[in-house]
Design a protein around this ligand. Structure first.
Ligand code: SAM
Length: 279
C-alpha cells in the first residue's frame, strides 16, 4: 500500500508526462475525492497510507483523466467564485474569465439590480453567483438546453438561491418577457471551423456551448441587436467574447440606443468583455 503523498507524486508525474496542465492540483483533487476528504487533508496527511479501496478509486479517476476526460466531468463538480458547483457533460465547465466578467459587471452597477437575466446560463454559474451577491434581485437563468437548465436549477437549490430564480428554456430572447437592470451572457463564441482544433479537453464540452457560427460572432451579434428591448433605461448588457473578438463586437453597438460601449480586460490584459449601457 502507498502513502497518500506517494500516490499524489506518482499521479503528478504521469499527468505532467501526458501534457496535462495543473498536474499537482489535479493530483490533490483526485486524492481528496478518493479519500472522501478535503484537498487540505490530502496535503496535510500525506504521510498516511491510503486504504485499498481508496487507492483503487484514486487510480480509477487518474486513468479516466489520463484518458482525456476533463477532471470536472469525472468529479461532477467545478469551482466558481469560491463555491463548488455541480457540472455534467451537458454544461460548459465554468472558466476563471467568466468569474472576472461576473465581478466586473457587478461593480459597474450603480444600484443593486432588481431583475437580472443570465442568457446562455449553462451550469448557472453566473446566475447563481449574482443571485447570492444581490439578495434583493430576481434572477432569470435562460438556456436553449433543458439538460443545462436542469444542472443550473440543481446548483441554485444546492446553494439556496432557487427561491429568487427562474429557469427558462429559450432560444436567446424568444421566451423572455419583461425588462432587466442587468443582462449578462457568456454565449457560444468559437468559430465553427475552429472547434476541431481546440484543446482535447474542450472538445468534450457540448458543441452547443461553443459554436458561435461561421465567425464565432453570430450569437453575440443577436444579443446586441435584440438586447435593448429587454433592458431598462440605464440597464447594463455585459458580454464575454473570445480573444481578439472584442473590437469586432463593439461595432455591434452602433445603434444610438446604446451609450458608448466599454471593453473590459481579463487578468492578462486581453480585451474579453463588452459592457454597454442602454440610454
Ligand atoms: C459558453 S456556454 C456558457 C455557460 C455558462 N454561462 C458559463 O459561463 O459557464 C454557452 C451556453 O449557451 C447555451 N446556448 C447556445 N445557444 C443558445 C441559444 N440560441 N439560446 C440560449 N442558449 C444558448 C448553451 O446551451 C450553453 O449552455
Amino acid at each position: 500500500m502507498a502513502t497518500i503523498r506517494r500516490l499524489m507524486e506518482a499521479a503528478e508525474a504521469k499527468l505532467l508526462a501526458a501534457g496535462i496542465d495543473e498536474a499537482a492540483a489535479h493530483a490533490e483533487l483526485i486524492a481528496a475525492r478518493a479519500l472522501g476528504k478535503s484537498r487540505t487533508y490530502a496535503r496535510a496527511f500525506g504521510q498516511l497510507e491510503a486504504g485499498a479501496k481508496e487507492e483503487a478509486l484514486f487510480n480509477k479517476i487518474l486513468a479516466q483523466r489520463l484518458d482525456g476526460r476533463p477532471l470536472a466531468y469525472i468529479l461532477g463538480e467545478a469551482e466558481f467564485m469560491g463555491r463548488v458547483l455541480k457540472v455534467s457533460p451537458a454544461v460548459l465547465i465554468p472558466r476563471p474569465e467568466t468569474e472576472e466578467l461576473t465581478e466586473q459587471a457587478a461593480k459597474k452597477l450603480q444600484m443593486p439590480p432588481r431583475r437580472v437575466l443570465d442568457l446562455c446560463a449553462g451550469s448557472g454559474c453566473i446566475a447563481v453567483s449574482l443571485a447570492l451577491l444581490f439578495d434583493g434581485a430576481r434572477v432569470v437563468a435562460a438556456d436553449i438546453s433543458p439538460a443545462a437548465l436542469d444542472i443550473a436549477r440543481q446548483n441554485a437549490q444546492n446553494l439556496r438561491a432557487a427561491a429568487r430564480m427562474e429557469f427558462i428554456e429559450t432560444d436567446l430572447f424568444a421566451n423572455i418577457s419583461g425588462t432587466f437592470d442587468l443582462i449578462i451572457s457568456n454565449p457560444p463564441y468559437i468559430a465553427a471551423g475552429d472547434i476541431a482544433a481546440l484543446a482535447p479537453d474542450v472538445r468534450h464540452e457540448p458543441r452547443l456551448a461553443l459554436d458561435g457560427g461561421p465567425d464565432g460572432l453570430r450569437v453575440l451579434e443577436r444579443i446586441a441587436k435584440d438586447g435593448p428591448a429587454y433592458l431598462n433605461a440605464g440597464g447594463l448588457l455585459a458580454l464575454e467574447t473570445g480573444c481578439g473578438q472584442a473590437e469586432k463586437v463593439v461595432k455591434f453597438f452602433k445603434d444610438t440606443i446604446w451609450q458608448k460601449p466599454q471593453i473590459g480586460r481579463d487578468i492578462s490584459g486581453t480585451g474579453r468583455f463588452i459592457f454597454a449601457k442602454r440610454k
